[in-house]
Design a protein around this ligand. Sequence first.
Ligand SMILES: Nc1ncnc2c1ncn2[C@@H]1O[C@H](COP(=O)(O)OP(=O)(O)O)[C@@H](O)[C@H]1O
Ligand SMILES: [Mg+2]
Length: 372
Amino acid sequence: MKVGVIGGGQLARMMIPEAIALGVELRVFAEAEGMSAENSTTVVGDYKSAEELGWFADGVDVITFDHEHVPLATLEQVERSGSSVQPSSSALQFAQNKLWMRKRLSDAGLPMPAWSEVRTSAELEKFMAENGGKVIVKTPVGGYDGKGVRVIDEPSGVDDWFAEIDKLGGSLLAEQLVDFDSEIAVLSARRASGEWRAWPAVETIQLNGVCSQVIAPAPNVDQQRALEIAERIATELSVTGVMAVEMFQTKDGQLLINELAMRPHNSGHFTIDASVTSQFEQHLRAVLDLPLGLTDMTSDVSVMVNLLGTEKGTDFLENFSDVMFRFPEAKIHTYGKSPRPGRKMGHITVVGDDLETVRSRALLAAAVISGS
Ligand SMILES: Nc1ncnc2c1ncn2[C@@H]1O[C@H](COP(=O)(O)OP(=O)(O)O)[C@@H](O)[C@H]1O
Ligand SMILES: [Mg+2]
C-alpha cells in the first residue's frame, strides 16, 4: 500500500509515524527542499504541474493532501489519467473555494452565516447596509491562518482586493460578522465505501485569525447536532479522508458552518495523544478505503496549544530541556520548520481529567518552551 501526499508540511510529517506503524509506504511530493516532512521518501516538484503530479501518482496507489492548493484543473487531469485522488477533485473543490462551498452548502440547506458573492465595491456596500455595517470579507481561494480574511466597516477596507479582483477569481465572499460565543470544529473521516466516524467536537480559540488552542471535547456544545452537520456534509459531498468542519456557536446555541478542510487539520492534533486513533492514522485508513479506527478519547479532556514563531525566531531548543523537566506530562511536537513570526512551528498537548488544570499546564508549558 503506497500513499502519496502532495505537500511537505507538518501534516504530511505527522502522517509518517502512523504510516510506519501501519506498514503503509508514504511518499511526499514537497514544494521545496528542507520542508517539514522531508524525513520520508520525498520528491520535490511543482504541484501546479499535471505532468509532475502524474508522474508522482504513477508510483503510488492513491494520492492525498497536506494542503488544498493544487489547482482543480491539474487534479482533474491527474484523475482522468486514472490515478486515485482522495478526496476527489469533485469534493475538494469545496474546501478550495469558500464561495463554491457557501453556494453548495446553501443548496443543501445547511446552516450558515448570511453571505453574498460581491464583484464590486457597490455590491459590497449594499451587503454591508443589510448586515449591520460591519462585515467579514474573504478571498475565496488560497487563504489560511486568517490571511485572506478581513473585518471591515467601510467598503474601502478591501479596495486593494478589488484592484486585483481578476487575480482573485473575479469576486469576493462577504459574510455577516457572527457574534459567536465560541468556535467549534468537528473532525471526522469517511472512506469511499461510506463508513464515517467522528471524534468529539472540539472548541478552537483563534488569536489574530490563527488557531491558538483546542479544547477537546468542547465543553459547551450540542455534540449530537454538531456531528450531524459534519456527517451530512461528508455524505452530501462524498468526501473521503479526514475532514474538519469549522463552525460558530452563537449565543443562542445555533451552529453555523464557517469553512471546510479536507485533510488532517490543526483542530485534530489532540487526537495523536488523546484518542484511540489519531487523525493521521485515520486519514491513511480512509484514503486507502480500509476500515476506520475508533475515535474515542483515551482521557477525559485534552488541551492543545500551538507554538507560533516569534520575533526572536526561536527554534525552541533553548528551552527544550527546561520544559521537559518542568512538564513531564506534556507531549511536545515540533515541525522542523524555519522560524517566522506567527508561523506554526509545533504544538503541545496535555491530557487529564480536570479541564482547568490541563489547560493551565498546557498554556504554561507552551509559554516556557516559547521563552515568553
Ligand atoms: N463570518 C464570520 N464572523 C465572525 N468571525 C469570522 C467569520 N469568518 C471568519 N471569522 C474569524 O476568522 C477566522 C478565520 O476565518 P476562516 O474563514 O476560517 O479563514 P482561514 O482559512 O484563514 O482559517 C475564523 O476562525 C473566525 O475567528
Ligand atoms: Mg479557518
